[in-house]
Every structure is written in C-alpha cells, then in structure tokens.
Design a protein around this ligand. Structure first.
Ligand code: B12
Ligand code: SF4
Ligand code: SF4
Length: 349
C-alpha cells in the first residue's frame, strides 16, 4: 500500500532537521544503465579498484539489498569551501574531517526514525555496492552532468551523497532534466583527458584515482599533468558555471585546519602523519603514498630549497618513494638549468 504523502514530507523534514542540505525519494525499481556499467568494467575504466567488479547483482538491482525494499531515500550535504592558501592543492572534499562517519551517523538516525514507522533500512555512504549518482538523479536531486557528477541546481556539484534503502514506500520525486546544454568546460579543462566522451569518465586516467586509489608508482605519462594536486582534483568542478553560486558549507568539521609546508611533510614519520591526518579522508593514503604524491607535486612546482629534503628521500629505503624523489630532483634541477641559461642569454642591462 503506498505511504501517505505526509510520511514523505515528514521524512524529508527529518532529513533536513538532521543537517542534510537536500533529500529526495526514488522508487526501488530505479532506472540504471546496467549495460553501461558492465562495459565500463570490461574496458578496465575502473583501474585497480577491483571491488567494483564484485557484488554487481546487488549494485545493479537495489531491490535485492533487503527483502521487501520499496524506496531509496537520497540525501545531499554541501561541502564547498574557498580554496585555502597553501603550496600544493588538496581536493575540497578532503580538506577537513572525513565525511563518511559524519554522514553515516546522521543516516543511522534517519534509519531509526523510519524504523519507528515500521520500516527496515540499510544506510550507505560509499559503504557498499550502490550507484549513488544515478539513484540521486532518480530521486530528483539533480542531473547527471557531463563531468559524470550529480549536479544540484542550488549546490552544484559540491554535494556529498548518502542513501537509505528502505521497505517503506515513499512518493518518488520528479526527475530534473539535464541543464548542461552546450557547455563542455569540465571536459575541456581535464588535465589528463579523462573524459572519452561527455557523461563518461575513464577513472584510470583521473587525477583523483591516480593520487588516491592507485597504489604503486604513478605512471610517467601523468606526472606533469598532476601539477600541484597532492590529493584528488577539483578542476572539473571548479570550472562548472553552476558552481558559481556555491556557498561555504555549514559543517565546521569540513573546514581546512591548515597544514605545514609540503617540504616539511617529507621528513614525517608515521606518527606525524597520523597526528595530522587521523579522522580525515587523507588517512587512508598512508605515509608512503603521501610522500609519493608530494614528490610529484614538488617535481612540478618545487624550488631549489626543496632539494635537500628530496635528496634525503631519494636515499631512503622505500623504492617507490625514492624513485619519485629522484624524478622530482631531476625536474627541479632541469628547471634551474633552463632558468640560468635564459639569464645568460639576456643582453646586459
Ligand atoms: C568509484 C568512485 C570514484 C572514481 C570514479 C568516478 C566516477 N565518475 O564514477 C574516482 C576515483 C575517479 C572518483 C573521483 C571523484 N569522486 Co568519487 N566516487 C566513486 C564511487 C565510490 C562509486 C562511483 C561509481 O560506481 N562509478 C562507476 C560509474 C560507471 O558509475 P556512475 O557514474 O555511478 O555510472 C552510472 C551513470 O553514469 C550511468 N548513466 C546514467 N546516465 C547516463 C547518461 C549517459 C550519456 C551515459 C554515458 C551514462 C549514464 O551509467 C552508470 C551505471 O549504470 C562513488 C560513491 C558511490 N557509491 O556511488 C563516489 C562519488 C561519485 N565520488 C564523489 C566525489 C566527490 C568525487 C571527486 C569530486 C573527488 C575529488 N575531488 O577528487 C572526484 C570527481 C571525478 C569525476 N569527475 O567523477 C561523490 C560525488 C558526489 C556528486 N555530487 O556527484 C560520490 C557520489 C561519493 C559521495 N558519496 O558523495 N570517484
Ligand atoms: S577530477 Fe580532475 S582529472 Fe578527474 S576528471 Fe575531473 S578534471 Fe579530470
Ligand atoms: S561544466 Fe558545463 S558541461 Fe560540465 S557539468 Fe558543468 S554545466 Fe555541465
């Protein structure tokens, strides 16, 4: 029996009261491009994220998540904040505290509210096989943009997503239409050409993947394109015209607490890394991959003063870090040589 419209309204109010910025409802028989997903995996677009090959029966059929599931409640949380002034860039989503526990805690409260009304629930925030973006589209939160991100009319693409699969039946929200129009800024700005076509992403080329998910050495072909991005990338979000009206998040926990200069982090021990990054999204990187990424960034933007710290790493015991440090030293040194040659070639003043 369909739930009364008032239950849908009350649930949305509860989600907003819990601190979410947006909430919408999708039917459990949500439209997903199953073939697209299967092909994406077959073509290896997921790189080494092998977990994406598993649990596809559930991922592509959310009705199988809990017996008798009828709806999916989708929530959004604005995480925008202005770019902090620092050497090297960290993607905005990772500047403050990790969003997963914060959102999960609120989703569990929402689940408790639904349980009191007779529902059985399962919450998600990147915590299981669920295609959060296309489901958010079906829940009326926005449209799937050419950058492949969910674009909300008010919050743009700066919106974390979370979901609750439930046996309660809610009134589905109307689906918004695509308002990307003829724009293609996100596609053109991508430093690594990670979009084979609009609405399609080759994750294995994305800087977010290369600096966060990828283990081992960063392929040479991408090192210069990574530029000053130490963790993740926001280029395709930064250029989006719908993000012009973005307002700073209400969540003070997401705000950037500051960080020592990148050079200083090269001499960090495990305990230093943990002290600075415990409870943030950066923690999962672990120290060697942090240093690997810092080496790439210093190779691209570093100066003479960075050389001693890099030389120290180049003599270190971790072969992956040492190789990246050697690369960075080579890059900085060749920049210095060309600068000196340019000065030599200048006429005397
Ligand atoms: C794997 C993953 C990644 C991968 C792949 C990203 C991607 N675009 O799929 C990598 C590591 C690259 C990544 C990067 C980032 N991620 Co991420 N990531 C995920 C994760 C865990 C799974 C997504 C997934 O399954 N992708 C596989 C593709 C094939 O699936 P899909 O895009 O959902 O695909 C369907 C639709 O595209 C659909 N489709 C529907 N309509 C159409 C129309 C056409 C024409 C076509 C061709 C296809 C199509 O077909 C597909 C399936 O049927 C989700 C959380 C989740 N569980 O959903 C977060 C998530 C997508 N990431 C998020 C964020 C914030 C980011 C970054 C911004 C972080 C950063 N700054 O570094 C970047 C953005 C890069 C980008 N342009 O997408 C947010 C996005 C929020 C939002 N507003 O959309 C999510 C939802 C996490 C969250 N809970 O908030 N991420
Ligand atoms: S996050 Fe950066 S690298 Fe990844 S698709 Fe967007 S612009 Fe390209
Ligand atoms: S930059 Fe343009 S094409 Fe890309 S998501 Fe934004 S509006 Fe769409």
């Amino acid at each position: 029996m369909p739930a009364p419209p008032s239950l849908t309204r009350q649930c949305r109010e509860e989600a907003l009261r819990l601190g979410f910025d947006a909430c919408g409802f999708a039917p459990i028989e949500v439209k997903l491009r199953k073939e697209y997903y299967r092909r994406w995996i077959e073509e290896g677009r997921h790189g080494n994220m092998s977990w994406m090959e598993r649990n596809n029966d559930r991922r592509l059929n959310p009705a199988k998540i809990i017996p008798g599931a009828r709806s999916i409640v989708m929530v959004g949380l604005n995480y925008f904040q202005p770019e902090p002034d620092m050497r090297g860039r960290i993607a905005k989503y990772a500047l403050g505290r990790d969003y997963h526990p914060l959102i999960y805690k609120r989703l569990k409260k929402l689940c408790a509210w639904m349980r009191e009304r007779g529902g059985a629930q399962k919450p998600y925030v990147d915590t299981g096989p669920l295609l959060e973006k296309p489901i958010a589209v079906e829940a009326g939160l926005g449209w799937l943009s050419k950058s492949t991100l969910l674009l909300h009319r008010r919050f743009g693409t700066w919106l974390f997503l979370g979901a609750v699969v439930t046996t309660l039946e809610f009134e589905p929200d109307p689906v918004d239409s695509d308002h990307c129009g003829s724009c293609r800024r996100c596609l053109d700005v991508c430093p690594t050409d990670a979009f084979p076509a609009p609405y399609q992403l080759d994750a294995s080329r994305c800087i977010s993947y290369l600096t966060i998910e990828h283990r081992g050495s960063i392929p040479m072909t991408f090192r210069e394109a990574i530029g000053d991005r130490v963790f993740g990338c926001d280029d395709c979000l930064d250029v989006c015209p719908w993000n012009r009206w973005a307002r700073t998040t209400r969540e003070t926990k997401f705000l950037f607490p500051g960080l020592p200069d990148l050079r200083e982090t090269l001499s960090w021990k495990e305990a230093d890394f943990n002290r600075h990054f415990r409870g943030t999204s950066l923690a999962r990187l672990k120290l060697p991959r942090w240093k690997r990424n810092v080496c790439v960034v210093l190779g691209n933007i570093g100066v003479e003063a960075d050389l001693p710290a890099l030389a120290c790493l180049a003599r270190g015991t971790d072969p992956m870090v040492a190789e990246h440090a050697h690369w960075a030293i080579g890059k900085i040194t060749s920049r210095q040589v060309s600068k000196k040659e340019a000065v030599k070639g200048m006429p005397p003043s």
